[in-house]
Design a protein around this ligand. Structure first.
Ligand SMILES: *Cc1c(COP(=O)(O)O)cnc(C)c1O
Length: 412
């Protein structure tokens, strides 16, 4: 009896043990055609698997300096401050706001989608005073409204705008808006998270003051890093602040001691060493392709996708003149259940596309053709899959014509 109960307890222990023995994680192979992350090329993943170095190792420091040069190329900037923040695009956004805004300062924020709303959140948390300039979702930020807001708020210090609004697929003219901001002696913050590497962006020529991006969109690196660049004017403002930056981690007065420290480079936080190898490799690949060619490739694949989508009878959300090639927002045909289609794409084709956000949830799909994922194979795969699924669901589309329409673009 006694022995039996010991056996029972022992067996239970073994069983619990088995249940908690977790094995290695092997993710399925997907094709990532959503709003980010995008597919990471094997070269980048391989670079990340190289030996970890100490964050002050001279070999690593050499890599950091190269990385800054590669980022200047991607941003088209000659500003000395160009580095990756150790955190995702949201950390880049936060870094721009906490460093450039002092408590009580006014900031004009353009909102035409989700991310302008997040800028407002950031500004408020810095103790700054946001003045919102609203445009309809799917439309670009209107430079005239920005100018009107600056006239009405002569004490504003900063203007902030999202170049590529990933929630809707609209491109805003940040060059024009920067010109207006400077006319009123304001600095300009630009969110180029989805733009960098996919759409023309010329930071120095356009005189943008603070521009941040993300590693996982058109750069096709893994998520978790945020390239950022500040103009000398912006750096000057950070250095002459009256109040300490509210975030210790993102305070450039401290972070630059590591990234810009020269011989006196000192510890601030442990850099994400292997992730930075990945970003270095992704930027080397961009340099090999040549930036302008990458913009062109994004455009070509967008045009092919568009031909296929429109041949099916589906419509784009954004007007042609402001459409992002890397983020295609498409209206879901009437009677079609959004989630069912996305689930079938994932289960049957291993393709991920994005759902609509906020007011656009259930009404649109967001098809990303970002970075490495912007290629002919993916465009044709997605069009074929969508055609098959929607035809099977008896959705009101033209069947069997999408791929041929896309091929006409590739063959032209
Ligand atoms: C993705 C995105 C962000 C946020 O980036 P995370 O890496 O997800 O933090 C910010 N702005 C825009 C426009 C984005 O598309």
């Amino acid at each position: 009896m006694m022995i039996e109960s010991i056996h029972f307890i022992y067996n239970q222990y073994i069983q619990e043990k088995r249940m908690t023995t977790v094995r290695s994680f092997h993710p399925p192979q997907r094709t990532l055609l959503g709003p980010g992350p995008s597919d990471v090329p094997p070269r980048v993943l391989e670079a990340m698997s190289r030996p970890t170095l100490g964050h002050l190792d001279p070999a690593f420091v050499t890599m950091m300096d190269e990385l800054k040069g590669l980022l200047r190329y991607a941003f088209q900037t000659d500003y000395s401050l160009a580095m990756p923040i150790s955190g995702p695009g949201s950390a880049g956004m936060e870094a721009a706001f906490v460093n450039l805004l002092e408590p009580g300062e006014k900031v004009i924020i353009c909102q035409n989608g989700v991310f302008g709303g997040r800028m407002k959140e950031n500004a408020e948390r810095c103790g700054a005073v946001p003045v919102m300039v609203q445009d309809e979702w799917g439309k670009p930020a209107d430079p005239h409204k920005v100018e009107a807001a600056l006239k009405a708020n002569p004490d504003a210090k900063v203007v902030a705008v999202v170049q590529a609004e990933t929630s809707t697929g609209a491109l805003s003219d940040v060059r024009t808006i920067a010109g207006i901001a400077h006319k009123y002696e304001c600095l300009i913050i630009v969110d180029s998270v989805t733009a960098l590497g996919g759409s023309p962006l010329k930071v120095s020529e356009w005189q943008l003051d603070a521009v941040y991006s993300g590693s996982q969109k058109c750069l096709s690196c893994t998520p978790g890093l945020s390239p950022i660049t500040f103009s000398p004017r912006a750096v000057e403002k950070v250095k002459s602040r009256k109040h300490k930056v509210q975030s210790w981690f993102l305070d450039f007065n401290l972070v630059l001691g590591y990234w810009d420290g020269g011989a006196q480079r000192s510890y601030h936080h442990t850099a994400p060493i292997n992730a930075l190898y990945g970003l270095h490799e992704a930027l080397v690949m961009l340099q090999e392709e040549v930036l302008e060619n990458a913009w062109q490739r994004h455009r070509k694949n967008h045009l092919a996708l568009r031909a296929g989508v429109e041949a099916m009878g589906l419509a784009f959300v954004v007007e042609e003149a402001y459409r992002l090639p890397q983020l295609n927002a498409i209206t879901i045909p009437p009677g079609v259940q959004d989630a069912v289609v996305r689930q079938r794409l994932l289960n049957d084709y291993s393709i991920e596309i994005g759902a609509g956000l906020g007011a656009m949830a259930g009404k649109i799909w967001r098809i990303g053709l970002m970075g490495h994922a912007s290629n002919r194979k993916n465009v044709l795969l997605l069009l074929g899959a969508l055609d098959a699924i929607l035809t099977d669901m008896k959705a009101p589309i033209y069947s069997g014509v999408a791929i041929e329409a896309a091929m006409q673009i590739y063959n032209s």
